[in-house]
Design a protein around this ligand. Sequence first.
Ligand code: C5P
Length: 202
Amino acid sequence: MSVWAVLAAAGSGERLGADRPKAFVRLGERPLLAESLERLEASGWIDAIVVVAPPGWEEPAILLAEELGCGKVSACVAGGATRADSVRHGLAEVADDAAVVLVHDAARPLLGDAVVGRVLAALNEGWDGAVPALPVSDTLKRVEGERVVETLDRTQLRAVQTPQAFLASVLRDAFSGGAADATDCSFLVEARGGRVKVIGCS
Ligand code: C5P
């Protein structure tokens, strides 16, 4: 079973207010991107990696991958206007015979190999996809403008993160339509009736 990783690193980092895209903001001595790139490279679960870089930052991303000795990096492409567009660009570079695609946000540098193993294990159990999730500890309200409309039952809610793993065919199908505003890949898979398992984050 070949497992490809798509590393979404094309965000502008606008909220961060830095002078460069978030993936290239320094974390210690290195760009943030280095951390997840190195971890995916070292993971025994991952066969190949596609990096989705901010437009105009493809070359620095390739150089970084070379510096880190990331031989699994198969392609580096420019991202799009939204995360979903960026993942779509990355997915186009995944080999046709890939069985599984794992999508990870470079904005989450502390990628754990145990979590990678667990989202992939869910696919062997027959799920279409798997996502790591945390219980929500804040009280969540639905609002309209300034007015609180409803308090949600947080016991039924989860904060979902990456890495998210999917059968390659399921993910390709999910991305074949529109929905540029999807904030994660699972949303698109769910929308097509895909069965996605929630696993713990630690
Ligand atoms: O902005 P947001 O928090 O949704 O970003 C999540 C991840 O998606 C980040 O790793 C970011 O680099 C990536 N992203 C992207 N292309 C975009 C927007 C975000 O690859 N256009």
